[in-house]
Design a protein around this ligand. Structure first.
Ligand SMILES: Cc1cc2nc3c(=O)[nH]c(=O)nc-3n(C[C@H](O)[C@H](O)[C@H](O)COP(=O)(O)OP(=O)(O)OC[C@H]3O[C@@H](n4cnc5c(N)ncnc54)[C@H](O)[C@@H]3O)c2cc1C
Length: 593
């Protein structure tokens, strides 16, 4: 085995250990890759229970009032700071401990309800929503998920009120997208009472204002010469904690304090280890699952603002003696924003409900949500920017700020390229294992293998023949449901063909992976939209609403999404990949020489 192959094997083994622990119920996205429609997780469309809805409505009313009176996103951007009074106010409304249990002073909200709160903040100010996400969705989330009762009692009460703030510190110079490459070292002391941490972290939101940071560092694996990542609770008052740059000047979300810090022989008590020693990457990935869900909520809020702004301008600005809304190329943009905003909200709600309902494995869906909503929001902002023409360019309108703010979304919490590849590879693992079973049996037949290969073959063949049932309640949606079922079958067929054609090299074929991931994301998005639409139609019917609600945005989304899926699948066999790669290789080689 050459060095590259050995490295690849090591990476595969690490990923297997990290991502696939024991048998789990088949989730929705993994089901898609197997040709199934796991309807229980997505239908009927989830609703917040009536008892919680009242509390949520009260909170939203209070939050809106507070934000209307005290939040000035333009000033936050200009000053590159979120005033302490705003942070305190968010704390009073309960935003900074929304999902923490009541026994620690939190509000005990579900992830679905929390997403509604984040959507409201994301509508107005991306700096503030990223700050809240860094503190709550990823900062104290590690404690909520992995903290012992003692740790939670010690740390949470002040964090959930906002008296103290949290941060999540994974990124380093050598560990960006390659998160497993953390270099910060944590050496155990001789008496075993603490660890001594050394290294630097960069690009950490809230680093300079946080009182508690979840820091990832490498600890020795007992009985071997290996190291593994462990999560530590670190406080800035620990001797040796050095803030290198409290607020790195930056393009967007300028109100957030993004910092760089060093730990130099910082002694961290062993009681501050969060989760099992050596399982820090698991802690990080699980925490990011939650962060990506609220990311979706914030993007939904911002997309709704895009729609409001677009409609406002298109209805008032006149050119050629007509308001802009009369021009089809303007209408097209407004319609697309409306369709995407509807889909983003539906996907966020369904994904948050996975968490609330205790699905064990939703990492594919949260990755899909993150990539899909951040890419769509970027398009929405670009569209509304265009509708405003030259006026969008000036700082008296919020559009240039919204554009600067939105650009981080495609990079932070996992660059979209990395997540796209992840979605395709993790999704294809299930059918890939079945093909491997069949292939291994053909190469080396044995009685035991034959029966496993037979089961795998039956499963693959069955999924290729069967059109999965998409069980909608509303008659007028049956045609969409049928089309979706057929597209899932075609998707499964395309996945099978890619696996058979390319076999292991597919691990490096990101252009193929991208089409598969894009098709999967649109299948998931369409499912969420269809489920919500079905729910809304049924709700109106039960309540005897005579007027048919306007479902044009949802209908448009389904039509456009189905068309995109067909395009992605067709692109698997009809594309310019060779030419694309050859051109890039030629450019790369030219600059190297
Ligand atoms: C404003 C801001 C706030 C942040 N807050 C936090 C925080 O609170 N905590 C924290 O830990 N981190 C934080 N980060 C770090 C953020 O998560 C990283 O920037 C991100 O993970 C990307 O890492 P990188 O910047 O090192 O880019 P790199 O890893 O160098 O990647 C650069 C680009 O290369 C491409 N790329 C990389 N790998 C692949 C691949 N396998 N396949 C295809 N393309 C690839 C992608 O296009 C990617 O955008 C923050 C960053 C910013 C800018």
């Amino acid at each position: 085995m050459n060095k590259l192959d050995a490295q690849r094997q090591k990476e595969i083994q690490q990923a297997e250990e990290l991502l696939f622990t024991g048998p789990q119920a088949l989730g929705f996205a993994k089901g898609l890759f197997q040709g199934h429609f796991v309807s229980d997780w997505v239908m009927p469309y989830p609703r917040i229970p009536a008892a919680q809805q009242g509390e949520l409505d009260d909170t939203l009313t209070e939050l809106r009032k507070f934000l209307d009176e005290h939040l000035d996103p333009a000033e936050i951007d200009r000053q590159a700071d979120i005033p302490r009074s705003v942070i305190d106010g968010l704390g009073r409304v309960g935003v900074l401990g929304m999902t923490a249990p009541k026994e620690y002073g939190g509000r005990g909200f579900s992830q679905m309800a929390n997403c509604k709160v984040l959507e409201e903040i994301g509508r107005r100010c991306a700096s503030t929503s990223v700050f809240v996400n860094a503190h709550h969705s990823i900062g104290i989330r590690a404690l909520l998920l992995f903290g012992t009762h003692e740790q939670n009692q010690k740390w949470l009460p002040k964090l959930v009120t906002g008296e103290q703030l949290g941060a999540f510190a994974l990124t380093e110079k050598e560990a960006g997208s390659d998160a497993a490459n953390v270099q910060m070292q944590a050496r155990p002391s001789e008496d075993g009472s603490h660890f001594i941490l050394n290294g630097e972290k960069r690009y950490i939101t809230n680093a300079a204002i946080a009182h508690e940071l979840t820091v990832m560092a490498r600890t020795p694996v007992p009985g071997s010469d290996k190291t593994a990542v462990t999560a530590f609770l670190v406080t800035p008052d620990m001797p040796g904690f050095e803030m290198l740059e409290a607020r790195m000047p930056k393009m967007g979300i300028r109100g957030t304090a993004t910092g760089r810090f060093a730990l130099r022989d910082v002694k961290v008590p062993k009681e501050n280890i969060l989760g099992p020693q050596g399982k820090g990457l698991k802690v990080a990935l699980t925490v990011l699952d939650f962060g990506r869900t609220t990311f979706g909520a914030c993007c939904t809020g911002a997309a709704k603002t895009c729609l409001e702004l677009a409609v406002q301008h298109a209805n008032t600005r006149k050119q050629f003696n007509k308001t802009l809304g009369n021009f089809h190329l303007v209408k097209k943009k407004i319609a697309r924003i409306a369709a995407d905003a509807y889909a983003m909200e539906s996907m966020t709600t369904v994904t948050a409900a996975f968490i609330d309902r205790g699905l064990e494995d939703y990492m594919l869906e949260t990755a899909m949500l993150k990539v899909f909503t951040t890419e769509r929001l970027w398009e929405c902002i670009n569209d509304v920017f265009q509708i405003y023409g030259g006026s969008a360019y000036f700082v008296d309108l919020p559009l240039e700020r919204m554009m600067r703010d939105a650009r981080i979304n495609q990079i932070g919490e996992g660059a979209n390229e990395v997540l796209t590849s992840f979605i395709a590879l993790v999704g294809m693992r299930g059918p890939g294992m079945e093909f491997k079973e069949i292939y291994d049996t053909m190469m080396k037949p044995s009685r035991d293998r034959m029966s496993k290969a037979w089961a795998a073959g039956k499963s693959r063949l069955g999924a290729t023949i069967r059109v999965p049932d998409v069980p909608v309640q509303s008659d007028q949606l049956r045609d969409y449901a049928r089309q979706l079922g057929h597209l899932i079958r075609r998707f499964n067929f395309a996945v099978n063909r890619a696996l058979i054609t390319y076999r292991e090299p597919i691990l490096d074929m990101q252009l193929v992976q991208e089409r598969i991931a894009n098709a999967a994301m649109d299948l998931f998005a369409s499912t969420c939209v269809l489920s919500r639409l079905d729910g809304e139609i049924q709700f109106a019917r039960r309540n005897g609403d005579a007027a048919a609600p306007d479902h044009s945005a949802a209908n448009l989304f389904l039509r456009q999404s189905f068309r995109r899926i067909r395009g992605f699948l067709a692109g698997l066999t009809n594309n310019d990949d060779k030419s694309v790669l050859a051109t890039a290789d030629s450019c790369l080689a030219e600059l190297r020489s």
